[in-house]
Ligand binder design. Structure first.
Ligand SMILES: [Zn+2]
Ligand SMILES: [Zn+2]
Length: 430
């Protein structure tokens, strides 16, 4: 049965369709449905490559009846596992009547990003997940569980209807600071689930070394211990586990910690255990020139920008000192070019190495090399290693293992039994 929502009359049949993501990383969109209820799990944008522009064109959206504004056959709910663009990126295009279910902090981070990029904030009715607390949506009862992932406030789902059970892992790992959350999710997966939709990002990156976030922090500390030079860290502003590690490394090595105004607003949404300006010692805020200009002149966000005035650090001050660790983004090349005394600085590349192919990142790294910076790679994946996948698969005792968010679903079939290799758009009766 392909590309259809037909079900047998008179009984509840539980079905699922991976609209996109059966054989690719990113752009995730899955649906679980009965005759009466339709629920979408994630509505992601495909990961950017050279031709970024086409990603926001409707022709590249997954075709799901009832999801977008012009359709009339409605979806009952959209569940967003976490705030990475490849899971939430197309949310602004969906019908605004459809209720959204998401982590509260994940949505706050999404809204801050929208403010800084001039994007739309979400107009849909919103419900927040409470980890371990069951929610009822039509024929389905769904329990979200917090999981460890590089994206903050990420969840996996246990989905039940009519005696059937589907588990959707979302993106997860168990080598970060929330390892225990993943352990808890795993232990709450009912034994013998009917279908386990499991992410398999690392199947195409098996040679990548997996270290814990604590190990990354220790290495960062050792690197930052070389005196008389500033250290720059190129990392995602929303990778909070990493940011915490870099802050700690900076503190122990006697450095002040500098973040840009965008990152300052991201962390200010989070609880008070996360380093933030004004609340934590030695956290200072840098105002990137082009971002600041756009925020004042185009987006008129004066109040937002002035929120961290007291913690401001200028280019001039940075040029005079070497005892700082500064988080940077790949849009900040021209700012670095205007800070004095950066010859021989330390530079930590703290992202997936695939991002080195991005033009902006490549130019930033060129700049670092041309200034004789000491560049090191310090990163660990946000995704589960094959050993962690094995643990989830074994403890679930799933009747059907359906790989998702992977470029190598074929390797699942080699490594595990009961693997079902789905096609995008195929209806699978559970
Ligand atoms: Zn993802
Ligand atoms: Zn993710």
């Amino acid at each position: 049965m392909k590309n259809t929502h037909q079900v047998v009359k008179g009984e509840i049949c539980v079905n699922l369709i991976i609209h996109r993501g059966a054989k690719q990383i990113g752009g995730s969109c899955t649906e679980v449905f009965t005759e009466r209820t339709r629920i979408i799990l994630d509505i992601g944008q495909e990961l950017p490559n050279i031709d970024d522009e086409k990603l926001k064109k409707p022709s590249s959206f997954p075709r799901v009846k009832g999801l977008y504004r012009e359709d009339d056959k409605k979806i009952d709910a959209i569940l967003i596992s976490h705030g990475h663009g490849d899971h939430i990126g197309l949310l602004e295009y969906v019908d605004t009547d459809i209720p959204i279910f998401i982590g509260e902090k994940a949505l706050e981070i999404f809204n801050v990003t929208a403010q800084f990029t001039g994007g739309k904030s979400i107009a849909n009715p919103v419900n927040y997940f409470k980890s371990g607390q069951e929610m009822t949506i039509g024929d389905f009862s769904i329990t979200p569980y917090l999981v460890d992932h590089s994206g903050f406030d990420a969840y996996g789902f246990v989905i039940k209807a009519d005696g059937k059970c589907i588990v959707y892992t979302g993106d997860f790992r168990d080598h970060g600071r929330k390892k225990k959350a993943t352990d808890c999710f795993r232990s709450n997966i009912p034994k013998g689930v009917d279908a386990l939709l499991i992410e398999g990002t690392m199947m195409s990156r098996i040679s990548e070394k997996i270290e814990t976030e604590e190990q990354i922090e220790q290495k960062a500390f050792e690197f930052m211990s070389s005196p008389n030079r500033p250290v720059f860290v190129l990392q995602s502003s929303t990778n909070i586990d990493r940011l915490v590690g870099m802050y700690r490394a900076a503190q122990i090595s006697g450095r002040i910690f500098v973040m840009d105004i965008f990152t300052a607003h991201i962390v200010s949404q989070l609880n008070n255990t996360i380093p933030k300006p004004g609340k934590f010692k030695d956290v200072r805020v840098f105002y990137p020139y082009h971002l600041t200009k756009r925020m004042f002149e185009e987006l008129k966000e004066e109040k937002l920008m002035k929120q961290f005035n007291r913690n401001w650090i200028s280019r001039e001050e940075l040029g005079k000192r070497s005892d700082y660790c500064m988080l940077i983004r790949n849009t900040m090349l021209s700012d670095l070019e205007h800070i004095k005394n950066l010859q021989g600085a330390g530079f930590i590349f703290s992202m997936w190495r695939g991002y080195k192919k991005q033009r902006r990142t490549d130019r930033l790294l060129d700049y670092a090399k041309n200034n004789n910076m000491d560049i090191i790679d310090l990163h660990t994946s946000g995704h589960a290693h094959i050993d962690s996948l094995k643990k989830v698969i074994r403890s679930s005792g799933a009747k059907k293992i359906i790989p998702i968010h992977t470029e190598r679903s074929d390797l699942f079939a080699e490594a595990f039994e009961k693997v079902y290799l789905a096609e995008d758009g195929e209806t699978i009766l559970i």
